[in-house]
Every structure is written in C-alpha cells, then in structure tokens.
Design a protein around this ligand. Structure first.
Ligand code: KIV
Ligand code: ZN
Length: 515
C-alpha cells in the first residue's frame, strides 16, 4: 500500500441512511451498527443529526463516548442552534467532527432558502466560524453542489476554507451528475479556489440514476479523498453510494484505483446483515458484494469453469467479504456451550438474558427443523436482538385456514407483562392474525409493506417476514422469523408496532431532515 493515496471512508448509514422513510433505528440498534463500523475500520462515522430529536442527540453522544477509533460526526444545518447541539453531542468523542451544510444551487436558494448568493456566502462564513470555535474538525457541505454554477461554488468553497473548514464535501444531492461532470467539478474547484490544498475534498453521491458508486470513484479521480457512503447503499430515495461496493472496487481493482483504504472487507457481510435487520430493508438477491446471489454460479458453463479454476468467473473470493460456506450446524442435542461457540464464530456477542432466550428459541427450532444452518441461527439471533426490551410480545398463535371459510386466528400477546387473548376472523389467516393484534392493541397504523422470504432451502425453512407500518407520517419496519410463516408474520407486525409506539413521543424527524 505504501506510496498510495489514502482515501477516507465516511459512513453515513446512521444519518443519511436512517433518514430513508421506514429505516429508523432504535438507540440500541444504532450502537450496534456504530460498533461494527468502528471495528471494520471506517474512518468517520456520521452518527446522526443531533438537533433532529432527543433520540438523535442521545445516539450521537453515546456513540461518541463509546467509539474507540473512528471520528464521530454530527450533522448540523447552517443554524447556530444546530451547530451548538452537534458540538455538544460529539463533545466526548476521542475525535469529533461537526458537519454543517447549506444549499448553494439557484433552485434551492430561490425556492427553499429564499436567500440570495451574497446572503448564503455570509451564512457560510458565520456558521463555519461558529463550528470552528467549538471544534477543530469541521466539514462543510454545499448541498446540491452538482447543480450549482461553478463560479459561485468556487466562492462558497473559498469562504468555507477561509472560515476554517477542514473537509469540503460537494454532494450530488439529487443523483443527477454523470461521472465525467463530477470528476471535472472537483478538478475545477481544486484548481481555482485559493488554499484548496488546505482541505480534504469529499464526495457524497445519491443513486437516483444508479451512478452513485461510479460518480464517487470519478470524484476521487478528480482529487477528492473522502467518500461518503452507506452500508447496503441505504439512504434517501434510491439511496447513497454503497460502502461495500466502493471498498471492494478499490481492493479488487487496485491497478486502476491505486488508493489505500482502511476498511477491512471481511466485516462487510456481517455489517450488511445487521443493517438490513435493524433497518428492515431487505438486500436484493443480486446486490453486488452482499446479495445472496453475489457469489452463486448457477449456469452450467460457469459451474464448469469454477470447478476447473475459481478465477475463471470469480473476481473476488466470498471469504474476502466474510461469506462463510453454508454449514450444517447443530441439532436438538447441541448444548449451551456449542451454541455460544457458534454465536462467537458468527460474530455475535449478546448479553446473558438475550442468550438464554436465543438458546430457548434455537432448541425450539431444532425440534421442528431437520437441519439448522448458520443462516437459521443468524435469523434467530437478529430477531432476538431486534426485539429486546419490547413492550409487546407474541405468546401464542393458533390459525385456522383453508378453502371455503374465512381465516381465523386465536392470538395471545404479552402487553407490558399482561397476557391478552383474542379470536378474530379475516380475509385469510394473515389478515385474521393482524386483526387480532389490532383488537388487543388498538392503533390506526396502516400496513404499507408485507414481504416474506425463505431463510434457507426446503419446505421446513424458516420464513423471514418484513412488515412496515405507517401512522401520522411516521414509519417503522419490523422483522420476524419462524418456520411457521404466520408466527413470523405476527412477530414482524408486533416488532414494527413496538417501534412505532417507542417513537410516539419523539418530535417529528421529517420536518428537520436534510436531503
Ligand atoms: O445529500 C446531501 O446533500 C446531504 C448533505 C446533508 C450532505 O446529505
Ligand atoms: Zn445525502
């Protein structure tokens, strides 16, 4: 690696990723994500938007206190109160950063900010100075940079550097740029702005045209050395550039992309699974690097080549990104010790209570399922992690379904320690189950997503169900896994409902959010 330029990976899964509707995470979930990002070597973790809510503030501040290695950034609009709050949230970090942004494009200035160019220049100087008075590490972003005339963008960047910004981020906020344009923007800015070499330039690309990763790498070719990205490409609309794709592109094509990057790729699969579990956003099967089929070779010709020499069709090895060969794990005779060892091997560290509950569910699963695979254990533990401390739990479910009659469900829930049972009918067994939940816990949330996928092969495979609920502009996604699809559905619904209830008292995120 010596002699190569270092690129810094700035992960914004917990801020831009979490902003995508329905992807909100609890504090516990954010801490888990931050921990793995730190462990895998991400240089900067944008942990949230502290002014957005007390929950966001607490998450950034807790992550700042616990993180050992990565710089912890808090986002702030170009408003003193935002900047002060972000400064307060990252105060206890070993290395903290305030990331402040303002729009610079004519369309944003006219319609959103209702300010002229001179006013925005003053705002940049004022707010970056404010942030620098609180902390040495200040990042400034020009929102909608790619639709900003280059002359004006140069003046904005100059003002930010003069006021003390140490990182300059030029986002493709609406995912509009092409790689050539994006590269040229960085080249021009770096050539024209006085003291441009005093700052590190950063890319931040949205994926509306599917160009986020290509644009990010083009920005690096144009001189940027920080890449803002998210696990699984989670983020607003079509998402952000996917961290795993960037890291593996740089690793795999070091001949064409001669940069050093400190992220350790064998954590990528685990991080992807964790983010998918806590955000409730499934990873598409053919997603590069972390999709279920990313390393599967089905066609005869490919399989033949692979058997002769893996390099005929494989440019990366699955184990490089942390994919393990599917292995048969344990059966119903396996004990606690073996189960704990398996969890360690899969990279899970869970507390004693969660372990006991996961072990109980493993035994239950092993009684019902002939072969228990690593994927089964992962689904079970992810489920256990996601449901810890929930106020409502599924205790029992009996369903009657078939031709010629309505579905019927008899459901028992534990609601804050009290067991309640209802019998309901519905348009099929799932509808009946969800109706029973609504009777026990009356609410007006609407179901906006119901998805089922099999964790492994075979008719005894566990079903993993995702449910998204929406109420008063808030969304929450829950997941449930079980060999019985209906039990998994009830668990997923209850998990989403628990998240919605937990957020009921939080101030609305949406009105404060950045693009
Ligand atoms: O896309 C964007 O412009 C942003 C900024 C807040 C950096 O997310
Ligand atoms: Zn963004």
């Amino acid at each position: 690696m010596s002699g190569q330029d270092q690129i810094f990976i700035f992960d914004t899964t917990l801020r831009d990723g979490e902003q995508s509707p329905g992807a909100s995470m609890t504090l516990e979930e954010k801490l888990q994500v931050a921990e793995i990002l730190d462990e895998m070597g991400v240089d900067i973790i944008e942990a949230g938007f502290p002014i957005a809510s007390n929950g966001d503030f607490e998450a950034v501040s807790e992550i700042a206190k616990r993180t050992k290695r990565s710089v912890i950034a808090g986002l702030a609009r170009a408003i003193h109160a935002d900047i002060d709050r972000a400064g307060e949230a990252v105060r206890h970090a070993e290395r903290g950063r305030i990331h402040t942004f303002v729009s610079t494009s004519p369309i944003h200035l006219e319609h959103q900010m209702k300010k002229n160019e001179a006013q925005v220049l003053d705002i940049i100087t004022d707010t970056v100075t404010r942030a620098r008075n609180l902390i040495d590490d200040v990042e400034w972003s020009a929102m909608d940079a790619t639709r900003t005339p280059i002359e004006y963008l140069c003046r904005c960047v100059e003002a930010a550097i003069r006021a003390g910004a140490t990182t300059i981020n030029l986002p493709d906020t609406v995912g509009y740029a092409t790689p050539d344009e994006y590269k040229s923007m960085f080249e021009q800015i770096r050539a024209r702005v006085p003291d441009a070499d005093k700052a590190i330039f950063s890319v931040h690309c949205h994926n509306d045209l599917g160009l986020a990763v290509a644009n990010s790498l083009a920005g690096v070719a144009g001189g940027a050395r920080q890449i803002e990205c998210t696990i699984n490409g989670l983020g607003e609309r079509a998402g952000n550039a996917a961290l795993e794709e960037i890291v593996m592109a740089v690793r795999t094509r070091s001949d064409a992309l001669p940069y050093a990057c400190s992220v350790e790729p064998r954590f990528l699969t685990r991080a992807s699974k964790l983010v998918s579990a806590v955000s409730g956003f499934p990873v598409q099967y053919n997603k590069a690097i972390v999709g279920k089929n990313a390393f599967a070779h089905e066609s005869g010709i490919h399989q033949d080549g692979m058997l002769k020499n893996a390099e005929t069709y494989e440019i990366m090895r699955p184990e490089d990104v942390g994919v393990k060969a599917t292995s048969l794990v344990m059966g119903k005779h396996s004990g606690r010790h073996a189960f704990r060892q398996k969890l360690e091997e899969l990279g899970y560290e869970i507390g004693d209570n969660a372990f006991e509950e996961a072990f109980r569910r493993f035994k239950d699963l092993a009684d019902r399922k002939k072969h228990v695979y690593d994927e089964d254990i992962e689904a079970l533990v992810e489920n256990e992690i996601a449901t810890q401390g929930e106020q409502i739990k599924v205790i029992a479910l009996t369903v009657i379904a078939g031709t010629g009659a309505n579905g019927k469900a008899i459901l028992t829930l534990d609601v804050n320690g009290r067991h309640e049972t209802r019998e309901c009918t519905g348009d099929g067994p799932i509808d009946a189950t969800f109706n029973a939940i609504k009777e026990i816990v009356p609410h007006d949330a609407k179901l906006s997503l119901y998805q089922v996928h099999a964790v492994t092969e075979g008719t005894d495979a566990q079903a993993e169900v995702s449910v998204r609920l929406e109420a008063s502009g808030r969304m929450a996604t829950g997941k449930g896994a079980d060999t019985d699809t209906l039990v998994a559905s009830a668990r997923a619904y209850i998990s989403a409902l628990n998240k919605l209830l937990a957020r009921q008292n939080r101030p609305d995120h949406q009105e404060l959010k950045a693009v």
